[in-house]
Ligand binder design. Structure first.
Ligand code: XLS
Ligand code: NI
Ligand code: NI
Length: 438
């Protein structure tokens, strides 16, 4: 097999002063931070779909990048060429994991039996490459949104035959994930939602989605899948409203249907901002519920209302992300760059620049988050902010033993509240700045 990215060497750490565009400025895999190497803190993954499949087509124009990798598109030769390209790419960057949808790795056939045969063939080839390189699978998933049969949803479809098809795709995708020893299996509810309530029975649809997930868990466990199932919340796009709107909504859904023991969240930065939340908010809500599983590491554009899936460069965001991740004790999954190059960034070099940017942004975020925690001022402030609850009465409230009448009597005795501590937001923001830019 000949080299595909011929002009690109193995990317090395050269430090922030390096002018070599094909080098890491902050990502130094062996550097130890808070007792673990950067590589251990940051299990990065490549998204098959954006990196090896998407070639720049948007609503207004066709491909700008050549992702044929020397083979004819839509053939099994092309599927294999993508495997070759992907493994060379990950090896050159030192990326340890990949994520995939079923239809990213083979062209879908007219008959699912033939598609499944192709999937078996390509995953044999992927396994060979995994054994050669030591690269692993982070998670697999089924694409249940692109094919026209899913126009009304998959688990939420109105059509029984489509529901069976969704089940078949999930079954196969879980089998492949097990075959490739993936750490997780993702449900992103691409078309699980509605365009109008005028034609939609929300309760019926949500119950069907839950049943499909339950069957997936039962089947996965029966064939030896021990990893986490993930929901990847997103509020809209492609649907006007998607049921997995945000982490809080998805967690409530999982608890309602008894799925919370098997599932965690896969939080995508750009989906958080589409939901009107910060990335940090979604991570915090997942973490406090014990459901912070994995991350789709990308960035949106605050001026655009859709999922632009940009490579992350915002170090404030990555620092606050890594602050949450460190405090939660790490992820069970990893950091999947669900990100694509901008349409005019259409060369092989640009593919590498995207990942170098993303990996450096998270490395810098990790360095700064560790400094923030070691500095301790913010954590200390938050802890002290609630210190009035350290009193006996405060403890009684925290233990759920106080009564409304008892508290009212305390208030009446006081007559009025004289002392409420300041929030100090601006001061905390300048601490953050001083650490980021020191
Ligand atoms: C789309 C999602 C998708 C999932 C995997 O917005 O981010 O790419 O990560 O199906
Ligand atoms: Ni995603
Ligand atoms: Ni997305």
């Amino acid at each position: 097999m000949s080299e595909i990215f011929k002009n690109i060497p193995k990317i090395k750490y050269e430090g922030s002063r390096s002018r070599n565009p094909l080098s890491f400025k902050y990502y130094d895999p062996d550097r130890v931070i808070m007792g673990k190497t950067m590589k251990e803190h940051l299990p990065f993954a490549m998204a098959w779909w954006h990196n090896l499949c998407a070639a720049g087509t948007d609503m207004f124009g066709r491909d700008t990048a050549d992702k044929s990798f020397g083979a004819e598109k839509g053939t099994m030769e092309h599927a294999k060429a993508k495997v070759d390209a992907g493994f060379e790419f990950m090896t050159k960057l030192g990326i340890e994991y990949f994520c995939f949808h079923d239809v990213d790795i083979v062209p879908e056939a007219d008959d699912i039996k033939e598609t499944n045969r192709r999937l078996d063939e390509i995953t044999d080839y992927i396994l060979e490459k995994m054994n050669e390189t030591g690269i692993k699978c982070l998670w697999g998933t089924a694409n249940m949104f692109s094919n026209p049969r899913f126009m009304n949803g998959a688990g939420s479809t109105n059509t029984l035959d489509v529901y069976c098809f969704a089940a078949a795709q999930i079954k196969k995708a879980i089998e492949l994930t097990v075959k490739l020893k993936g750490k997780g299996y993702v449900f992103w509810g691409g078309r699980e939602g509605y365009e109008t309530l005028l034609n939609t029975d929300v309760k019926f649809e949500q119950e069907n989605i839950a049943s499909l997930m339950k069957m997936a868990v039962e089947y996965g466990r029966s064939i030896g899948f021990e990893g986490d199932f993930y929901i990847e919340p997103k509020p809209k796009e492609p649907m006007k409203h998607q049921y997995d709107f945000d982490a809080a909504t998805a967690i409530g859904f999982l608890r309602q249907y008894g799925l919370d023991k098997d599932f965690k969240m896969n939080i995508e930065a750009n989906h958080a901002t589409l939901a009107g939340h910060t990335f940090q908010h979604e991570l915090r809500i997942s973490a406090i519920n014990g459901m912070l599983g994995s991350i789709d590491a990308n960035q949106g554009d605050y001026l655009l209302g859709w999922d632009t899936d940009e490579f992350p460069f915002d170090v404030y965001e990555s620092t606050l992300c890594m602050y949450e991740v460190l405090k939660a004790g790490g992820l069970t999954g990893g950091f999947n760059f669900d990100a694509k190059n901008r349409r005019p960034s259409n060369t092989y070099e640009d593919m590498f620049y995207g990942f170098i940017l993303g990996m450096d942004t998270f490395a810098l975020g990790l360095i700064k988050a560790a400094e923030l925690i070691e500095d301790g001022r913010i954590d200390e402030f938050v802890k002290n902010r609630y210190s009035s609850f350290d009193s006996q009465l405060g403890k009684k409230i925290r233990d759920g033993k106080a009564t409304l009448a008892e508290l009212a009597a305390v208030a009446e005795e006081m007559g009025n509240v004289r002392d409420v501590a300041a929030g100090r937001q601006e001061n905390l923001e300048s601490i953050l700045n001083s650490i980021l830019f020191s």
